[in-house]
Design a protein around this ligand. Structure first.
Ligand code: ADE
Length: 423
């Protein structure tokens, strides 16, 4: 048996269970399979070190397998302490030879040590989901940024942080922001977050959504998806916003938009999806009904003010896995916090389905390949994914589904390219 790569995972014996999960996911990820075949022939990453901070799920294992087929030497840590699947982590070590540093439920110190363990392997390309690698390389591990060629960032929250970094002290190397990719918005935000957020809430609580009042904070790509899915399941949905354009969009989509102070006493379920902090605060908790459920769909655990909730609570207990009951009052009101305010879809369900991650991770795979070719020509700044990559992924996805589309005629092509609108 080949020597195992460096690792820190919960239990290597879980690898066969991980294999079954990864096989299940990979059967539903045909676009990545096509890319993997090409990578295996062209080897775009031959002996190149890629370091990733991603949710360690079956779908992520399929992405890592694709990069490995292209010749990459891989290391991975978690991008959230609660999202790791320990079976998959074991599989990555034992069967894929990926240096894996991730344990579900790891404490903050260990989480950080795992980020460092990936950086210790001196990646040439960083693949981030929430900026942990980039942030560390612009802080305590600044010196190690010198050896990095380029990076990718998966999330819109991460892109916001990178924009702030780029506009402040500047980025040490070029980073591609993938969250703007059209295929990713379509798959990840609209279909992935919409379904998997509600999946997490239902799995954790078994709450009937029909007839429930669901308050969705934020009407960006994710909030819009959650609001529409909840409405489809029969919930009464209220939206809160701070952005006038998004609020207007919600109104025109038929959702009542109200300030959180008005929504707080009405909601049965609250879902934060803003990318901002302190969206639900002590003032809101004080107004909420007995039994209100609090869930976060945003990248970080800052949207629900946990310190404020703990301060107000007279008592606290865990009543189901990852469901914490906080008792406020008198009179007693019990608020139910899911997944400690972390990403509910990954902590309490399996995250986005493989069909969704097929598109999102195809974006990742092709973005890494593009960076290998072009990074040395890019200034150290935040860059958008080239549109051609989006189009290529959509083409591959349609091909995998057997969907045919029309070709424009020569006359049509010329008409679209012409300024002569009348002709
Ligand atoms: N982000 C959301 N869902 C995910 C999944 N299933 N795997 C990896 N990252 C994700």
């Amino acid at each position: 048996m080949a020597a195992l790569p460096p690792h820190d995972v919960a239990d290597l014996e879980l690898a066969p269970l991980g294999r079954a999960r990864v096989e299940w996911a990979s059967r539903q990820m045909p676009v990545l399979a096509t890319i993997r075949e090409r990578f295996a022939t062209e080897r775009p990453f031959a002996r190149m070190r890629i370091g990733a901070s991603l949710h360690v799920t079956a779908e992520t294992a399929v992405l890592l397998g694709t990069l490995a087929a292209g010749g990459a030497e891989l290391s991975v840590c978690a991008s959230n302490p609660l999202s790791t699947n320990d079976e998959v982590a074991a599989f990555l070590v034992v069967e894929e030879g990926v240096a894996t540093f991730a344990r579900r439920g790891e404490a903050p110190d260990r989480y950080l040590a795992h980020v460092d363990a990936v950086l210790d392997r001196r990646p040439l390309i960083t693949v981030d989901d929430g900026c942990d690698l980039v942030e560390r390389l612009h802080g305590a591990r600044e010196k190690d940024a010198e050896g990095v060629l380029a990076g990718t960032e998966d999330t819109s929250t991460g892109a916001l942080r990178l924009r702030a970094l780029a506009g402040g002290r500047g980025l040490a190397y070029p980073v591609l922001a993938l969250s703007g990719a059209a295929t990713r918005i379509l798959a990840d935000n609209r279909h992935g977050t919409g379904q998997s957020t509600l999946d997490g809430i239902v799995r954790a609580t078994n709450r009937l959504l029909a007839g429930a009042t669901v308050v969705v904070a934020g009407y960006g790509n994710c909030g819009r998806a959650v609001a529409n899915r909840a409405r489809g399941l029969g919930s009464v949905v209220l939206v809160t916003e701070i952005d006038p354009l998004k609020a207007l969009e919600a109104v025109m989509d038929g959702f009542p938009v109200v300030p959180m102070a008005r929504a707080a006493p009405l909601g049965d379920i609250f879902v934060t999806a803003t990318g901002n902090r302190d969206v639900l605060t002590a003032g809101d908790f004080e107004k909420m009904r007995d039994g209100a459920i609090l869930a976060n769909a945003g990248q970080f655990d800052v949207e629900i003010d946990l310190a404020g909730l703990r301060r107000l609570a007279r008592a606290h207990r865990r009543i189901r896995p990852m469901v914490d009951e906080y008792v406020l009052g008198p009179p007693d009101r019990r608020l139910l916090l899911l997944a400690e305010g972390r990403l509910v879809n990954l902590a309490l369900a399996d995250g986005h389905p493989p069909q969704v991650m097929d598109l999102s991770f195809s974006v990742q795979a092709l973005a890494c390949e593009w960076l290998v070719r072009h990074a040395s020509d890019l200034p150290p700044a935040l860059h958008a994914l080239p549109e051609a990559i989006d189009a290529e992924i959509a083409r591959l996805a349609l091909g995998a589904m057997g969907v045919l589309i029309d070709e424009p005629s020569e006359v049509q092509r010329r008409y679209l390219e012409s300024f002569d609108l009348g002709g």
